[in-house]
Design a protein around this ligand. Structure first.
Ligand code: SAM
Length: 483
């Protein structure tokens, strides 16, 4: 059956329309050397430098695909410079920190790239008990984390929705020293509207689901068995999540599986679809690349992309979907992360362990790891390094706590409000971290940065309130301060 491209449709084959992607790639190939066109697209994209309600629609997947195909050095330089400026306009120099928490590696799917796949008999299967969840979360809190992304394989018997909900309840209930986890994002397999509703009621932060690949035929080959093999069920998951009331959703492609140009066009079309159908674009976009893991050799997939191309893709996501949070994990090395932060990334994980029960272990366990972690530094080392590179680490979860999700967050972000609220929030949550968890060197460095940044808050009243909040944190009399 032939499908027609329709970004408002709820049918996967219509909003991620194969023919539209093929036409886009042909258009990009035909115009990639037209430098006048490339610069004209970049002129248009400069419209994103001033946050406004129209954004997300300024340049399209076709425009962005032309830029991706273009090899001209001057165009590529301009893409990165513009991405840097757009990131500053929306997010300033703040970087949000989080950690993944692996609950269970039981899985009934057959994903060829993932060590959790059902046929991998070499991996020990493990699922955390609630006591173990508590121990893991306390270990994460002792590092200073406030925001987690919980991860689990798909297995209705071992990891039913009730198990995920119970884990969320346990996590939110833990008060340990001065800390609490304030936002739990959830990365579990595509499910029903009913179950999304339950996750919403359990106070999910962002529902994250990586598409892996937008290429339907490639998807079917890479997911030969299990519920995840149904491309449409998987691709339409965000529509069901929205219907279930979850308005912060996180997209992602697993780069390396299929051709990057196809994936990039599909990813941008998915963002356009969410905007067109729900008036709310993706809260975040993740950019994982396939990594080695137990019985998994990434070179088997043949579509690996160079660091340079990877960074260009991140820059293009930033200029095309300016409001979205871009997430980079510890799959990437310190150096790649450093550059990606300049071109668009706004959230990073730190101190991560990708094995079930890994945080309570003294040594990093490898047997149940989902993938090799490239950046193995501690959270404190990551924080210190971010500050050395002129970023402000933030543990803020205020938007979520204040009910600024979905379209409320989008209009907040698109109207440039992030700058007025997030800066003081970042500084107060950084002060909490420095007082409660940092090493003496990181604390000293951080306090100097806070002093410097406080003077940059233009609104005197907000500056005075932020100073008062930070003084309270330093005096140990209050740490529940946010704008
Ligand atoms: N089971 C859930 C699902 O099917 O969507 C999500 C949880 S899974 C633990 C999180 C993500 O890890 C997957 O969506 C996939 O993109 C990524 N992943 C799997 N194998 C990987 C590998 N070898 N290297 C890098 N990332 C991988």
């Amino acid at each position: 059956m032939g499908y027609t491209y329709d970004p408002k449709s709820h049918v996967a084959d219509e909003f991620i329309n194969d023919q539209e992607i093929l036409d886009t790639l042909a258009y990009a190939e035909a115009h990639k050397d037209d430098l006048d066109l490339c610069h004209a697209i970049l002129d248009k994209a400069e419209g994103n430098l001033t946050p406004s309600a129209d954004h997300g629609a300024v340049i399209t997947h076709r425009d962005a695909s032309v830029l991706l195909a273009c090899q001209d050095e001057g165009v590529n330089r301009r893409i990165k410079e513009l991405a840097h400026k757009i990131k500053q306009a929306y997010y300033g120099n703040r970087i949000v920190l989080f950690a993944p928490l692996y609950l269970s590696n039981y899985c009934i799917n057959g994903c060829l790239y993932c060590p959790y796949h059902v046929k991998n008999k070499d991996i020990p299967r493990r699922k955390l008990t609630q006591d173990e969840v508590r121990a893991e979360v306390i270990a994460l809190q002792d590092m200073g984390h406030k925001r987690l992304a919980i991860e689990a394989g798909e297995d209705p018997k071992n990891n039913p929705i009730e198990y995920i909900l119970e884990c969320m309840k346990t996590i939110y209930s833990i008060q340990h020293k001065n800390g609490a986890i304030r936002r739990v994002n959830v990365n579990i397999a595509a499910t029903t509207v009913e179950e999304y509703r339950m996750l919403k009621e359990a106070e999910i932060g962002t529902y994250i689901l990586f598409q892996e690949t937008y290429h339907k035929k490639g998807y079917q080959e890479l997911h030969p068995t299990g519920p995840k093999s149904d491309y449409n069920w998987h691709t339409e998951a965000m529509d069901r999540a929205m219907e279930g009331g979850i308005d912060d959703v996180g997209l992602g492609v697993l780069f390396g599986l299929q051709g990057y140009r196809y994936e990039f066009a599909g990813l941008i079309m998915h963002a356009e679809h969410l905007e067109a159908a729900f008036g709310v674009g993706p809260h975040t976009i993740s950019v994982p690349r396939v990594k080695p893991a137990l019985n998994i050799d990434p070179t088997a997939f043949d579509n690996g992309i160079s660091d340079e191309l990877f960074e260009k893709i991140i820059a293009l996501i930033r200029i095309t979907v300016p409001y979205t949070g871009i997430i980079i994990s510890t799959r990437e090395s310190r150096d790649v992360r450093a550059r990606a932060l300049e071109y668009g990334v706004s959230q990073v994980s730190g101190g991560s362990r990708t094995s079930v029960g890994g945080y309570v272990e003294e040594e990093r366990p490898h047997d149940t790891e989902q993938f090799d972690v490239s950046d193995q530094r501690t959270l404190d080392e990551v924080i210190s390094w971010l500050m050395d590179n002129d970023h402000i680490p933030s543990f803020c979860t205020a938007c979520y706590r204040e009910g600024r999700t979905g379209d409320r967050f989008m209009s907040f972000c698109k109207s440039g409000q992030i700058l007025n609220f997030c800066h003081p929030n970042a500084l107060t949550t950084l002060a909490e971290y420095l007082v409660d968890y940092a090493t003496p060197e990181t604390r000293e460095k951080g306090m100097a940065i806070i002093e410097r940044e406080l003077t940059k808050i233009p609104n005197e009243k907000i500056a005075a309130k932020a100073r008062e909040g930070i003084d309270n944190i330093l005096a140990g009399t209050g740490n529940d301060y946010r704008f």
